[in-house]
Design a protein around this ligand. Structure first.
Ligand code: 13P
Ligand code: SF4
Length: 359
């Protein structure tokens, strides 16, 4: 039964004590979050992975790229465990190393030597990858002078990237890239989208000449569900409603919302609001439902009337958490996520630049 599962998790954690730390992303279901020692957004969880060096194991209740990042940032002998190895991220899967390498080669045909610096010390293109990407891509970015960003520090990272380069190649999430660059004043016509299926991305030379941000085609299947019509309906039915969405939503949705920000931004906005506020939220349903339950003083609902969980986050069932913890008690490390050293070394450079770029 559920109660037994929770008792097993608590018992295993009590036996392990300081030897284990359980991290949980905000999108995890309540049955998992209740056992997390720390809950946060991607940026906070990357930091959290470095703040418990005494733990022998970090159990990461989130998705694969988050566990990979925790492995690269934690002490080498700490084991990072992903309770269910099938917990991936469909957006992260939309950019692979060979595709990005191919794009990089084609960009070199357009812009020339990509390591050559201009009079202002800037290279032609700086690669920026969203945290939601494989370790291999973070390694690519690190090797090529680029930076990892999260949704909470994307703007600071892009500012840093523009200081390093004339333009940015941003992947995998077109929406985060477009929304962030637009908020910084980059015109849409200077953000061509790379089309991997056509030579030179299907962009004509003029597009690329003038490009400030070259966008990859990736997107989040959860956040692309939110629409401007849903926002109009929320405003019509709830006068005074504040609409807050995640920046993985399409640009028209972000433009129609009152604010956009990372999961932690959404949590903090609700915490800071005066009692009696009404919020329509455009992000994953487990977080929205938890916020609604934790804040009975407000009215909080999801913009999308159809329940839209992140199906891969949802793959971390408490049963898997109980299993990996009990195996640890028995002295076995299961479901370890280990990034090979040749990938982790350059990736760490790009991650350190990310950690230095505060939200
Ligand atoms: P945050 O960095 O805002 O937690 O977002 C992670 C994510 O996967 C959103 O879909
Ligand atoms: Fe990936 Fe979207 Fe799930 Fe976030 S919500 S983990 S971007 S699929």
């Amino acid at each position: 039964s559920d109660a037994e599962l929770h008792d097993r998790i608590r018992a295993a954690k009590a036996t392990l004590g300081e030897k284990v730390v359980v991290l949980g992303h905000f999108y995890q279901r309540d049955e998992v979050v209740q056992h997390a020692d720390f809950t946060g957004d991607s940026f906070q969880l990357a930091n959290a992975a470095m703040t418990r060096p005494e733990a022998e194991a970090i159990v990461f209740c989130g998705v694969h790229f988050m566990a990979e990042t925790a492995d690269m940032l934690s002490r080498p002998d700490q084991a990072v465990i992903l309770p269910n190895l099938a917990a991936g991220c469909s957006m992260a899967d939309m950019a692979d190393e060979s595709g990005v390498e191919e794009c990089w080669e084609q960009l070199a045909e357009v812009y020339g030597d990509l390591s050559a610096v201009d009079d202002e010390g800037r290279v032609p293109v700086v690669p920026v990858t969203y945290m939601n990407s494989s370790a291999a891509l973070k390694g690519f970015v690190g090797r090529n002078g680029g930076i990892v960003c999260t949704s909470s520090n994307a703007r600071t990272v892009l500012e840093e990237a523009f200081a390093r380069g004339q333009r940015v190649l941003f992947f995998p999430d077109q929406h985060l890239g477009r929304n962030t660059a637009k908020a910084m004043g980059v015109p849409l016509e200077r953000m061509p989208m790379w089309n991997p299926n056509r030579p030179l991305g299907g962009n004509d030379a003029a597009d690329l000449d003038d490009a400030r941000v070259i966008l990859w085609h990736g997107f989040c299947s959860v956040h692309k569900r939110f629409t401007v019509d849903q926002i109009a309906k929320a405003r019509a039915e709830h006068p005074g409603v504040q609409v807050i969405v995640h920046p993985e939503c399409p640009m028209p949705v972000v433009d129609a919302a009152d604010a956009a920000g990372s999961t932690d931004f959404i949590v903090k906005a609700i915490q800071a609001a005066p009692a009696g506020s009404t919020f329509a939220i455009g992000t994953e349903i487990n977080l929205v439902q938890r916020l609604a339950a934790e804040h009975p003083e407000h009215e909080i609902f999801c913009l999308d009337p159809v329940v839209c969980p992140c199906s891969t986050m949802y793959r971390i069932h408490p049963g898997y958490l109980a299993w990996v913890l009990e195996e640890l008690v028995a002295g076995h490390i299961v479901n370890r996520i280990e990034v090979p050293a040749d990938v982790a070394e350059p990736a760490r450079l790009a991650l350190e630049r990310m950690l230095a770029a505060k939200p």
